[in-house]
Design a protein around this ligand. Structure first.
Ligand SMILES: Cc1ncc(COP(=O)(O)O)c(C=O)c1O
Length: 653
């Protein structure tokens, strides 16, 4: 519904601006504040935290009864609210016996907050006021797991579900009038920008009231992180925008709408993003989650007794929980790192330096990315250990018999990739791990290329470490994960020293935190860890098995189509492969092909893909490498193949 601000403001059922101003003035001067929200004894904060600075003085403070009287006649008039917007969870159910002094508050009173020109508090002050005024012990929604989301009203099934700006149904978490005023989420109105009549625009409201997908609350009353309980029970209701539901079965067009960058045009053509093995694009829900963090939660973590530190710590630790759930691990086994490369280096520098000595052997494979070669070669050079490499066949599949022969009592460590970034080969990880364990070796599995395509279950795989980068799975760059079995992490020494990873420091002796904190020295990438949590929740909601099925079909389609181009040689033809379509084209340099494809709006990678040994195994220094994600379409594949065909036939454009 396209309701203009002026229509909205002039609706007869809403108060006029003068009334609104008066009511809002009275409301904000009347709200109680005892400091309990931020865990401070009320007595320690004369008159309540922040109240004096934020409340405009001199209006006279109506008591609660007066306020009730003023507000009661103003029953919510839903007819005056745009029908694509549900304010139920914000304004509460008038019939519910709310404990809050805000109970019964007419939504229209708050609808226009806050025109600065009327001398009212600004949005930041309002946020502070409202957050600090939710009575302690109020009913804070827990983290938004699927089970706790109230069922959508039956209208959801009849097509009248409000839509977000992306066209997704608005979250069931914010849909319906089930929430009481005690669930009032002050953060939802924090970002309102008063427009012509002091009213927010519909787009803003849609966004603020749940138009984005997949983010769940970062602060829950049930969280058990590092903060004083009272900090968490006080009532910050971080009801950030949430994803409505999984897409029905697998709808690639619906998925594409979640990724704003896919609407870009390149050289006048629609962007076809086939560089997913290098990095993936980010859904709106991840972008929104990071913005939300900086708008409402930003603080350093773990070390302060103030509200924002509690919010950011909970958001960060909740992201760790999500990663753990995603991998079937426990949270204490999840270490945040910068990415796959850093996680591998961490293991090499920590466990490696503790356990590898001259005469030992480390086994890798020919398929490895440089990130899973260089740290082990460096470790071997430093310790006198030997690096041994399992070969592959002409399709790019590990020769399991040869791998078996490399394993012996000197093998301390096996490190290999679950999916080759240059060829797309899926290695038989479970079998290889079991074979390594039989000779007593530890196993690190590089999941950089598998994590967005295959289900990751570290228990079923039984790997000792699993590493991946957030940016390969729709999350930001600069954040990644090291999973390690609990007993291993506990026995590993820290590899970097600094703040956050210590329990106690004297000049004589340092005591370290248990894992995972002991491996997270210094201030980490907090916001992007939170973004990673949002990305994984998004993938979980779509369903990794749905993704894998769709991508497999697309890969087979693309391989078959590329095979029909004369002079084209596919590099990497393993029976079990995913995502990657490396090729070379007779008579054309890879670089020229990349440039020509770019002119048609098609993004592919050309080069050695940081995997020189495996390309040399095929007699090559580089390939053209389109790589798929679940937002790619058959039409895009057709465009890729027809463009390659034109390049092959000499049509340079
Ligand atoms: C298989 C594999 N391992 C490791 C890496 C390194 O990842 P990052 O650069 O994110 O640390 C990559 C990156 O492409 C990769 O594909």
């Amino acid at each position: 519904m396209n309701t203009s601000n002026s229509d909205f403001a002039q609706d007869a059922s809403l108060p006029d601006i003068a009334q609104l101003t008066k009511l809002a003035n009275e409301l904000f001067t009347a709200l109680p504040c005892d400091g309990s929200r931020i865990g401070l004894a009320a007595s320690a904060v004369q008159g309540g935290v922040a109240s004096k600075s934020a409340i405009p003085q001199g209006f006279g403070l109506p008591d609660e009864a007066e306020l009730q009287k003023l507000l009661t006649p103003r029953q919510p008039s839903l007819a005056s609210v745009p029908d694509s917007l549900d304010t139920g969870s914000v304004f509460g159910n008038p019939s519910s016996p709310a404990a809050s002094p805000l109970a019964g508050l007419d939504e229209s009173v708050l609808a226009g907050v806050l025109p600065h020109d009327f001398g009212l508090p600004d949005a930041a002050q309002l946020q502070q006021l409202l957050v600090s005024r939710v009575p302690s012990g109020s009913n804070i929604p827990g983290t938004a797991d699927a089970g706790s989301i109230p069922a959508a009203p039956s209208s959801a099934a009849t097509g009248s579900v409000p839509l977000s700006s992306q066209g997704n149904p608005i979250s069931t978490a914010t849909y319906g009038l089930a929430a009481s005023m005690a669930d009032f989420d002050a953060s939802l109105i924090a970002g309102l920008t008063p427009q012509a009549y002091g009213l927010p625009g519909e787009a803003e409201l849609q966004k603020l009231f749940g138009g984005s997908a997949g983010i769940s609350a970062s602060t829950g009353s049930d969280s058990s992180f590092y903060f004083l309980d009272e900090l968490k029970t006080g009532g910050f209701n971080a009801q950030v925008p949430t994803l409505a539901s999984a897409h029905p079965a697998f709808d690639v067009q619906a998925v594409r709408r979640d990724f704003p960058i896919l609407k870009e045009r390149v050289n006048g053509q629609p962007l076809a993003w086939f560089d997913n093995a290098a990095t993936t694009q980010k859904p709106q829900v991840v972008i929104d989650r990071i913005s939300y963090f900086y708008e409402h939660e930003n603080s350093n973590i773990h070390r302060a007794a103030h509200e924002l530190a509690a919010r950011s710590t909970d958001a960060y630790e909740k992201a760790r929980d999500t990663v753990a759930k995603f991998m079937n691990a426990s949270s204490s086994e999840i270490v945040f790192a910068r990415g796959t490369t850093e996680a591998i280096n961490l293991v090499a520098q920590s466990w490696g330096r503790q356990h590898i000595k001259a005469g030992d052997e480390i086994v890798i494979t020919w398929l490895e990315h440089h990130a899973n070669i260089v740290p082990w070669k460096q470790l071997c050079d430093a310790t006198g250990a030997t690096l041994r490499v399992a070969p592959v066949d002409d399709d790019g599949q590990i020769l399991l018999g040869e791998y078996q022969k490399l394993l012996n009592s000197r093998t301390r460590l096996v490190a290999f990739t679950q999916v080759s970034n240059a060829l797309g080969t899926v290695t038989p990880a479970r079998e290889m791990i079991e074979m390594a364990h039989r000779v007593g070796a530890r196993v690190l599995l590089d999941g950089a290329q598998s994590v967005s395509h295959l289900r990751v279950d570290v228990q079923a795989l039984d790997c000792d470490w699993f590493v991946f980068s957030g940016h390969k799975i729709f999350a930001p760059t600069g954040i990644g994960v090291l999973y390690g079995k609990a007993e291993l992490l506990e026995a590993m020494q820290p590899w970097q020293g600094g703040g956050n990873m210590i329990a106690d420091v004297t000049f004589e002796k340092i005591a370290y935190q248990p894992a995972p904190a002991r491996f997270e020295a210094g201030t980490g990438n907090i916001a992007d860890a939170v973004g990673l949590g949002a990305a994984l929740e998004y993938v979980l909601k779509i369903g990794i098995d749905n993704i894998a099925r769709y991508e497999h079909e697309l890969l087979v389609y693309a391989m078959d189509a590329l095979r029909t181009v004369s002079g084209l040689r596919l590099i990497g033809t393993a029976a079990n492969k995913t995502s990657v379509l490396s090729f070379v084209l007779e008579g054309h340099s890879n670089q020229d092909i990349g440039v020509a494809l770019n002119r048609a709006g098609i993004a592919v990678r050309t080069g050695h893909h940081c995997a020189q040994p495996i390309l040399r195994r095929f007699g090559l220094e580089s390939t053209v490498r389109p790589s798929l994600a679940f937002y790619n379409t058959h039409q895009e594949v057709d465009l890729l193949v027809s463009t390659v065909r034109r390049i092959q036939s000499g049509q340079h454009f």
